[in-house]
Design a binder for this molecule. Structure first.
Ligand SMILES: Cc1ncc(COP(=O)(O)O)c(C=O)c1O
Length: 445
């Protein structure tokens, strides 16, 4: 972290920041220096309520000592061990601990370092699985419009956010997209899952008609689309998608990078909705955001299909130098222990009615076009400024930050996903601050 004395042009110029308007940011930096519980403190000592769990990841709140201690201990004992043809006990223990909170049937875990890597790993596994089972022509990968699956080439190919693809030339061939599920005409201001739109899952039948079921490897969706502006799944939609995938031998991948680890009031969205996918990708809350880590979970049947050939042969030519890193493994084990002890993986369900009432009260704020929620997630969509999409959202972000509240903004939608340790008082404060920020953003029109 920069000291204030270091806030010179050279220091600010040196870090090319991700997904950031670098020049705008550096002309007026927003720096977070310290964090504990529900709060950040800026470099000039202002307290900021965390309405975003950092970036959808700090589910147990900030500054958890147990995680820091576990990582410290792991680093002193084993700083690094290669994961190719070698192993170390912490990674195996971490996988076993993770298996215990995953939906039943998903029991083999491949470690990676981020959500983006989890997605690309899952897409490769899907193709490899079909090939191993004698269906090498099943290569098509189907995502969804408005989907976000990280930034690697596989992820942006199945992803459906045009800006994330525009600059990068040809993407993966053999990818296609389902239509998105956003239907404001019928579902505006829905509480929880929208009632209309289960039939959007039938769009998969169109994709199947176009390419042939026997050529489609997998469908990947976020159970709640997050980065596109918080789109909870219509009631019945994921169930229908599951049915169509099963009937056509297509693998269903849930990208649970944001919905995993209690965000929806259950350990995973799969638990909340009651739909078990063939694979889950995860990251973020996996280590409470403390150490970079991601994972892919698959069923034994998928895993075993790849455990073929001579025993001395490597079964999957894929992996990362830092897969199952000791620091990340230690953080994961400590994080899961906190989630279990404090029952954080289900706490969202208890808070959900209070949260829902609070966020829907923002409907009265000026220029609010929609409010959407599920679990401890909410999206507050603002009417855009004429000809300047996203400008009002950015104004709201700045006004909230000035008022002591961190939110995430995508376009003109404010995404809320606080740490799961949030209290009812914190919820009131968050919503009050946001109401003021929305009014400021609107008034500045
Ligand atoms: C659903 C989803 N998938 C993948 C990712 C990518 O994760 P990462 O930024 O760790 O690569 C994200 C990040 O926000 C996400 O929301």
């Amino acid at each position: 972290m920069l000291d204030r004395a270091d806030q010179d042009d050279e220091a600010l110029a040196a870090w090319w920041m991700p997904f950031t308007a670098n020049r705008q940011f550096k002309s007026s930096p927003r720096l977070l220096q310290r964090a504990e519980g529900m709060h950040y403190w800026t470099d000039n000592g202002r307290q900021v309520l965390d309405g975003a769990a950092g970036l959808w990841c700090v589910n147990a709140g900030h500054g958890r000592r147990e995680i820091a201690d576990a990582v410290h201990q792991a680093m002193l004992e084993l700083d690094y061990a290669p994961p190719f043809q070698m192993g170390h006990p912490l990674a195996f223990r971490a996988a076993r601990a993770l298996k215990q909170v995953l939906p039943p049937g998903l029991e083999r875990i491949f470690f990676v370092n981020s959500g983006s890597e989890a997605v690309d790993t899952a897409l490769k596994m899907a193709r490899a699985f079909h090939r191993a089972r004698g269906e090498p022509e099943r290569v098509w990968l189907v995502g969804r419009e408005r989907g976000y699956h990280g930034v690697n080439f596989g992820g942006i190919s199945v992803g459906g956010i045009p800006n994330n693809r525009a600059a990068f030339g040809p993407l993966l061939a053999e990818t296609d997209h389902l239509r998105h599920t956003h239907d404001p005409e019928r579902n505006r201001f829905s509480r929880g899952q929208p009632q209309h739109g289960a039939e959007f899952a039938d769009d998969l039948l169109r994709v199947i008609d176009r390419h042939g079921a026997e050529r489609i490897a997998a469908v990947i969706v976020e159970p709640v689309a997050g980065s596109t502006g918080v789109l909870p799944p219509p009631a019945g939609y994921l169930e229908r998608l599951r049915e169509i995938c099963t009937a056509n031998g297509i693998l269903l991948i849930f990208d649970e990078v944001i919905t995993g680890f209690g965000r929806l009031g259950a350990p995973f969205a799969a638990d909340r909705i009651g739909v078990t996918p063939d694979m889950i990708t995860m990251a973020k809350g996996l280590t409470n955001g403390a150490v970079p880590m991601g994972a892919v979970a698959v069923g034994a049947m998928m895993h075993d299909a790849l455990m073929q050939g001579p025993e001395a042969a490597i079964e999957l030519f894929h992996g990362y130098t830092y897969s199952g890193h000791p620091a990340a493994s230690a953080a994961l084990i400590a994080t899961l222990a906190i989630y279990e002890r404090e029952q954080l993986l289900t706490r969202g369900a208890t808070l959900e009615p209070y949260w829902q009432d609070a966020v829907h009260s923002l409907r009265q704020a000026p220029g609010v076009a929609d409010v959407r929620d599920l679990g401890l997630v909410a999206g507050v969509e603002l009417e855009p400024l004429d000809g300047e999409p996203g400008a009002k959202g950015y104004r709201a972000l700045c006004a909230a930050f000035a008022a002591g509240l961190l939110v995430r903004v995508t376009g003109d939608t404010i995404a809320l996903s606080p740490p799961l340790v949030i209290s009812e008082n914190d919820i009131d404060e968050l919503v009050d601050k946001l109401r003021g920020a929305i009014a400021t953003a609107h008034g500045g029109q």
